[in-house]
Structure formats: C-alpha cells, structure tokens
Write a protein that binds this ligand. Structure first.
Ligand code: PLP
Length: 463
C-alpha cells in the first residue's frame, strides 16, 4: 500500500514512512493510493468478533509490509488493553432508534485514545527496530495532547512536546498534560488559541532544517494512522446494529473533520453508511461550508465544547481531495486561497460529491446546554458537551428507519463545569484517576513565536 499527498507534489511513501512523517513536504496530507474494500460477506463475518479482531481485519490491508500479522496483532492488543471497558467502544441506546457510541473508556477519557494508543505502539515497534529517535510536536485543543502524552510518556526513542492554548483548556485536560512525571514529556502553554498552536506546528514542519534536525514527527489528526484507527469503531458499531443488511447513519461532533472523515473511509471500504452528519458548535465553518459551499474562516469563539473550537479544519482537505476527483493541483490552489484570502468557494461538482454522504448541523451554546439538561431529565444519561452537540444535531434530522449512532467523544467528568451547570450533578472522575487534582504540575508558558518555540525544543529534547 502506497500513500500519496493531497497536494500531489510530495514523494509517495509507505505506511511506515507516512505514519512517521505526518504532514507531507508539499504541505498536504497523506492518503492511501487506493481504498481496499470488504464484501458484504466479509463485513457480516465481523459480527461477534472482539474489537481487536475487527481492528486487525479493517486495518491490515492499509499497513502493507510494515509489520507482520503477528506483530500487528500484538500492537493492537497492547493499544487497547488499558481501556476501562471490555467492548472498548460500547453502544448504548438513547432513544427509539438513536444510539450513543461511547468512545471515552480509554486512559484519558476521550475518543482520541483510540488512535493515540495505537500510534504509540506503532511508533514504539517501528523505532525500536530502526534505532531512530523522533521528536513529536503536537497542537491540542485539549484532548489530543493528553492522549498523545499518555501514549508516548516514558518511551525511549521519543520526546513529546504538546502545545495547548493557555487558559483555554479545562482543568482536567490541562492536568492530564502537566502531571505526568516522565522526563520525555513537555507541556507548553502557548499565548494564543488552538489555531495558533496548529499553525506553529505546521510552520515547524515546513522549516525543513528544523524538521530534519530534530527528527520531527506529527501525531495530530493529520496523521493517517490516526484516521485509520478511527475507522474501526464505525464497523464494530454498525455491524452490531445489523450492517451490512441494514444501513446506518452517524452523527459526529467535529472540528478538525478527523473523526467524521474516518467514517467516510469506512463507507468507501463498503460499510453501508447512509449519511454522515457533521455536527459543529458555534465555530461552524464546516456547517457553513457544507450548506453554502463557502469555506471561510472567522475568529474562534471559545465554547463549552473546547475540543471543537477550530476554524481551520485540517482533515477537510482530505475530503476535498476525493471530492475533486483526486486532483492535487486543485486542492493546492484552494489551500493557497485559504492562506492568502482566508477562504475559498467549493466548486459545484465537488460540493455535490460531498453532499452525497455528508450533511451538517450546528449547536449554539444554549442549545448544547439545553441538550445536556434535557437528555439527563429524559434518559438519566449524563453527557459531555461535545456529545451533546452531536445529539442535538442528530435529534433534528428527519426520523427514518435507519438507526442513528451519535458518537460520544468524551467522558462527562472531563468537562465537569459545563455538565454541572446543565444538570446540577458534578460527574466524578473514574476511580483510576481520582487523584489527578492533587498531582504536581509541570508546564512552560511560551509566546506565539516560532523561533522561541524551536529554540525551546532544541534545548529540552533529550534525544
Ligand atoms: C477532538 C475532539 C472532537 C473533534 O474531533 P475531530 O478530530 O475534530 O473530528 C470531538 N469531541 C472531543 C471530546 C474531542 O476531543
């Protein structure tokens, strides 16, 4: 399996190279040259299998000869053994034909653990074989950073630097990043918003001297291996509700388009998904783009679902690549317009292609809170604000016979203030992390300045 860039100019890479590289050298994102498909019978045969077995079947065709079957099975087993639920991604019923896919049973209580725990094991296996050392630099709106730190802390061949927007992540999120004592973990509080953090990471990747000098590796949602890991739970959940005999729809709370793009890949692999509904908070560039065709950035407004406070949605570039029929030049031109003019218009043809599978909706702050309150009153279910954004948008879709699965992306205890304000209940942390608030913190505040950040990384990294 070979990987190509969405902008068509970077070298074609193997799975291992694409995974270790992250962002392509032409500024694009890597995608598999072809998407393997499963027949209906093969999908039906997933029923009753464990999460790990399904993960192996779905991901195996994408990894080429990077790992043997036995190695890959062992990597998957280690990635998910720390999850607090044997099903890994259990489904609970919320309404007559509406289900919640609980993706928050991993070590940092958000769905990002599904990808990051796997990536940690993949890197460990690849780097211990080659003896190479890498510096992982990531930007986070809260959950990616803690998931990355949890996945990479203590690994010999890796230093991990995570930048988060100072003062804009929840206390639980911050503490998950600042309390691990391992010396290869470096939490940086940047004076700026998430888009600033993400832009500085991109700048570092485009500074080839720096990039090669420190062995820069990216694990943000631009990393193909992360998208791949997320494809798995679309299959496990859809099959448990009757796919491939029945079609299934999903509503996905998103900012960076990563999670919902994984659903798109699942559909391209043959999973009968009727619709993928993109649910945004008030930072609604994706909803506006899908409803009007205009992808136009505006400022980020902080919300109670901070992991979706994003206006430059990296993974949308991957969807555009397919919508433009694999035309890397066209994608590069759009991205250029985005950089110089702050937006672009999606062509009619591409918009039509996107709308064949994607629909969208948004939830305001009040609507999100009201959904948490209402769902608690009706069902007893306490949900995090990101999940509530999805549930609000799912509930406004026309009712059909197709089951709707809303992705429940974080444990409510990760966002206790918003949840308490809406329900009067303060959700407790699971017992395994009950002492989080008492552990000492270690963090460096840093200006939104590329040179200063690069200097700090040179100075701190051990490798
Ligand atoms: C990251 C995150 C999202 C959005 O994920 P995308 O990669 O933007 O699709 C939603 N909910 C939670 C809790 C998250 O951490």
């Amino acid at each position: 399996m070979r990987y190509v860039s969405t902008r068509g100019q970077a070298p074609v890479l193997s799975f291992e190279e694409a995974m270790l590289t992250g962002l392509a050298r032409d500024g694009g994102l890597y995608l598999p040259e072809t998407i393997p498909t499963l027949s209906s019978d093969e999908i039906a045969a997933l029923a009753g299998k464990t999460y790990e077995e399904v993960a192996f079947t779905i991901m195996r065709p994408f990894i080429g000869d990077t790992f043997t079957d036995d190695e890959f099975r062992a990597i998957i087993a280690r990635a998910y053994e720390g999850f607090g639920h044997d099903a890994r991604a259990p489904l609970v019923q919320l309404g007559a034909n509406h289900f919640l896919l609980e993706l928050f049973h991993g070590p940092t209580l958000a769905f990002k653990d599904f990808a990051m725990q796997l990536i940690g094991q993949l890197f460990q296996a690849a780097l211990s074989r080659s003896g190479k050392k890498v510096t992982i630099v990531g930007a986070t709106s809260g959950d990616t950073g803690s998931a990355a730190i949890e996945a990479f802390k203590g690994l010999d061949n890796v230093d991990v630097f995570i930048m988060f927007p100072h003062g804009r992540v929840s206390e639980v999120q911050r503490r998950q990043m600042t309390t691990p004592p391992e010396s290869n973990v470096h939490a940086l509080a940047l004076d700026g918003d998430f888009d600033d953090c993400q832009a500085r990471v991109k700048d570092m990747f485009n500074d080839f001297d720096f990039r090669d000098g420190v062995g820069l590796a990216g694990v943000n949602s631009i990393n193909w291996a992360r998208v791949l890991a997320q494809v798995v739970y679309y299959f496990t959940s859809a099959v448990s509700l009757g796919a491939p005999q029945r079609k299934i729809s999903f509503t996905v709370p998103t900012g960076n388009f990563g999670d919902v793009f994984a659903g798109y890949i699942a559909q391209r692999m043959g999973l009968p998904i009727e619709q993928l509904i993109v649910a945004t908070n008030q930072n609604d560039i994706l909803h506006r783009a899908l409803s009007t065709g205009g992808y136009v950035t505006s400022g980020v407004t902080p919300s109670i679902s901070p992991s979706m406070d994003i206006q430059v949605s990296s993974n949308f570039e991957r969807a555009l690549f397919y919508a433009y029929g694999g035309d890397g030049k066209a994608v590069a031109q759009l991205m250029d317009e985005l950089k110089t003019k702050g937006g672009f218009q999606i062509s009619q043809g591409a918009l039509q292609a996107l709308r064949e599978i994607f629909a969208s909706g948004r939830a305001s702050e009040d609507e999100t809170s009201a959904t948490i309150t209402g769902m608690f009153a009706h069902t007893g279910e306490i949900m995090c604000p990101h999940t509530a954004v999805a549930v609000k948008v799912a509930n406004e879709q026309p009712v059909t016979a197709t089951p709707m699965i809303s992705l429940s992306t974080a444990h409510p205890a990760k966002f206790p203030d918003a949840v308490e304000a809406a329900t009067g209940q303060r959700p407790p942390l699971p017992a395994r992390m009950a002492d989080l608030m008492d552990r000492p913190e270690r963090v460096t505040r840093i200006a939104n300045d590329l040179a200063a950040i690069e200097a700090l990384i040179h100075e701190r990294r051990r490798a």
